[in-house]
Design a protein. Structure first.
Lengths: 409, 293
């Protein structure tokens, strides 16, 4: 489960394909009136279960005044909550923001679609800021991760070589992360051909990027490769949310806390504005009941992708399977042919979590010495602290304890 | 046309409210179902129609039957059915006593109740006679008899909209309790269905004017009803509602025009988001007006 806090609903970046656009228009008014850090934290503590960290997410968290950010980080620290942020790089050209992130040991996720020429859907200068900020962050002990949205702006056949160059540079910075399939939200469906790749184009791009990752032996550090491989092995629970059943109107994978402490749905549902999370929660996986009888009937990969993310549904309709079906299918065929796993039996919709018979060696060497920082964290679905609360496991998942990045083992 | 597949989703219905919707509307929705059931029974009691169907849980049976007899009516059990937490388009077989309901007919006389039972037991079911005993207009019964037996269990999208849409005849929000008439009209402007609705509405006003007026107000809400892959979704300015439908490979849709100007002024923020849900991008002018509100 991922828990996002949205202290800032507004965003100065105004990315062309942002699904949170319906919220921008009312954001300024709301955040000024409503920001209640303590209510947000109370809500987090109420719902967190085993989750020990929270991500400050879109709008753009770094667009908040630095003092407000400091107050948020301070309040989180006082409750023992580890903060992370997802940013498009806004204000990362200012040293005081980097110092603040370092001071509070904030995990930083960077949203960047490539070199500046790839950023037609975003402000181009943000790519420059991010590229320059990465060494600074690393010098302060922050190892960022990266989120790259694949669209027509950066991943068509004529642009993919340059994107692969960018990707190689990112890998060389020891950054892991994920590729997102750039999808048009409901209100941009009529314009989707301007930025959304076709399933064939997306497959072509993913295939190239996968072989870059494979050559550098980091395919298990990058989504969706890692997630598709895990799901092929029947370990969907360790994979990203869209490889698992999801009810878009009451999803368990992602919970979002608004500035006034209200709990809402996955941020992708902001394409509808803001919807309240139903109370009491009723988790009916109706989409997963329906799809095996309709759109996904007879598909050998049903148990692997379970129809994909509801917000990627055909014609923007969550009741349909993902419009990236063809892409995912071909990727799974590729991974299967390369021996990464095998489609589960059609009689078993999702396989039980089983250890990989031949664990792959660590792809990234542990950068930290044997350590014990006592911070509780999750490796896949194993909860442990390096002080030995739970020990003797290795799942090959790279993670960060405080500022130390390592692999168990 | 329905595809006649044997598979169907588990019954459910759910409302997902937009943020900051006035609580008044939530109260109305939470009360609406109870009021609708009261009116259906009361209409028989007052002689406005011959029969009504009543579901009774086994543990409530003695007391409920005594109440019916006290009202000068009779109750004839017809069959058992499963109690579902959502919206049932048809009967589901119960698997335990706890989830069992007795489905029966309430009438003024045993003859009328028996007539209902016989119509119910015919193969195929005699929907026309049942509709007549329930007091539904002939034209609307004919519409139902044409559509339901061919697999369209919920023919909302087949109701004629070409001559207008009267809020009193809206049936696309009934999964969430919001309705006045308990049947499918042949047209959303059917004069006979309208006359029926007015009688019904008067009764509702008598019992609970706040909820009755609120239901009628909500039925003026523009909304989009659609069914894909056996899931019904109704997108409105105040909420998104979902419930079980039936398997139909082609998408079925209905746009309820309602009174957009009223709702735009009433809930500007939610109206703004509603536009996005419909796949529209509001103009800068609309945006400013929303902000000012």
């Amino acid at each position: 489960m991922t828990i996002l806090m949205l202290p800032n609903l507004g965003c100065p970046n105004k990315c062309a394909y942002c699904f949170a656009r319906p919220v921008w228009s009312v954001a300024n008014e709301m955040q000024v009136e409503a920001l209640n850090i303590h209510a947000m934290i109370e809500k987090f503590l109420h719902i967190r279960g085993r989750v020990s960290s929270v991500c400050l997410h879109a709008g753009e968290p770094l667009a908040l005044p630095i003092e407000t950010l400091r107050n948020i980080f301070e309040a989180l620290r006082s409750k023992g909550i580890r903060p992370s942020i997802q940013t498009s790089g806004y204000n990362l050209d200012k040293d005081e923001y980097i110092d603040l992130l370092a001071e509070y040991q904030v995990s930083v996720g960077l949203s960047c679609d490539g070199f500046p020429e790839h950023m037609s859907g975003r402000r181009k200068e943000l790519a420059k800021i991010i590229i320059e900020a990465i060494p600074k962050l690393r010098s302060k002990g922050i190892q960022p991760s990266m989120l790259i949205v694949l669209t027509r702006y950066n991943a068509t056949a004529d642009k993919i070589d340059r994107l692969c160059e960018f990707y190689e540079w990112v890998i060389s910075q020891r950054i892991c992360g994920r590729f997102l399939f750039g999808h048009a939200p409901l209100f941009l469906l009529d314009k989707k051909e301007t930025f959304e790749l076709t399933p064939d184009e997306l497959y072509f791009a993913l295939e190239q990027l996968f072989f870059v990752a494979r050559a550098r032996r980091v395919e298990m550090q990058w989504s969706p490769f890692r997630d598709l491989i895990l799901s092929l092995r029947g370990e969907n629970r360790k994979a990203v949310c869209w490889c698992n059943p999801c009810d878009p109107y009451c999803n368990k994978a992602c919970m979002v806390i608004l500035p006034d402490g209200t709990l809402t749905l996955c941020d992708r549902q902001m394409q509808h504005g803001i919807l309240e999370r139903p109370v009491p929660e009723k988790y009916i996986l109706v989409r997963q009941q329906v799809l095996p009888h309709t759109d996904c009937k007879g598909c050998k990969y049903w148990g692997v992708c379970v129809g994909g993310c509801p917000t990627d549904g055909i014609d923007g309709d969550w009741r349909r399977k993902t419009r990236w079906c063809k892409t995912i299918y071909k990727m799974l065929e590729l991974l299967e042919s390369l021996g990464y796993g095998k489609a589960p039996s059609p009689t078993r919709p999702t396989r039980a979590v089983t250890p990989s018979p031949t664990p792959r060696p660590p792809q990234i060497q542990a950068t930290g010495r044997p350590h014990s920082d006592g911070i509780i964290h999750e490796d896949g679905d194993v909860l442990h602290a390096d002080s030995g609360l739970l020990e003797g496991h290795w799942d090959g998942i790279e993670h960060t304890d405080g500022t130390i990045r390592h692999l168990d083992g | 046309m329905g595809d006649g597949m044997s598979w169907e989703p588990e019954p459910f219905s759910r409302i997902i409210w937009r943020w900051k919707v006035p609580y008044k509307y939530r109260t109305i929705v939470s009360r609406a179902n109870r009021l609708a059931h009261w009116v259906e029974y009361e209409a028989v009691k007052r002689g406005l129609r011959k029969c009504d169907v009543v579901h009774i849980h086994p543990k409530d049976l003695p007391q409920r039957v005594r109440e019916i007899l006290r009202d000068g009516l009779v109750w004839l059990p017809i069959r058992t059915m499963k109690s579902v937490s959502g919206f049932a388009h048809k009967f589901y077989q119960p698997s335990s006593l706890n989830e069992t309901l007795y489905y029966g007919v309430v009438a003024h006389s045993m003859d009328e109740a028996k007539a209902f039972l016989e119509a119910h037991q015919q193969i195929p079911c005699d929907h026309d006679t049942i509709g007549e005993l329930l007091g539904y207009p002939k034209c609307c019964r004919e519409f139902f008899c044409k559509t339901f037996p061919r697999g369209e269990l919920d023919p909302v999208h087949l109701v004629d909209s070409s001559k207008g849409q009267d809020p009193m005849l809206c049936v696309s929000l009934r999964y969430f309790g919001l309705r006045i008439i308990p049947f499918f009209p042949c047209s959303f402007n059917c004069s006979k269905a309208k006359a029926f609705a007015e009688q019904w509405y008067k009764l509702m006003l008598e019992k609970d004017p706040f909820t009755a007026k609120g239901i009628l107000e909500l039925l003026t809400m523009p909304h989009k009803w659609s069914m894909v892959n056996a899931i019904i979704e109704v997108v409105t300015p105040l909420f998104i509602g979902i419930c079980n439908g039936y398997v139909r490979y082609q998408k079925a849709e209905l746009y309820w025009k309602g009174d957009p100007e009223y709702w735009k002024k009433k809930v500007p923020l939610q109206w703004h988001w509603y536009q996005y849900s419909l796949g529209k991008r509001p103009s800068i002018k609309e945006l400013k007006s929303c902000m000012q509100s």
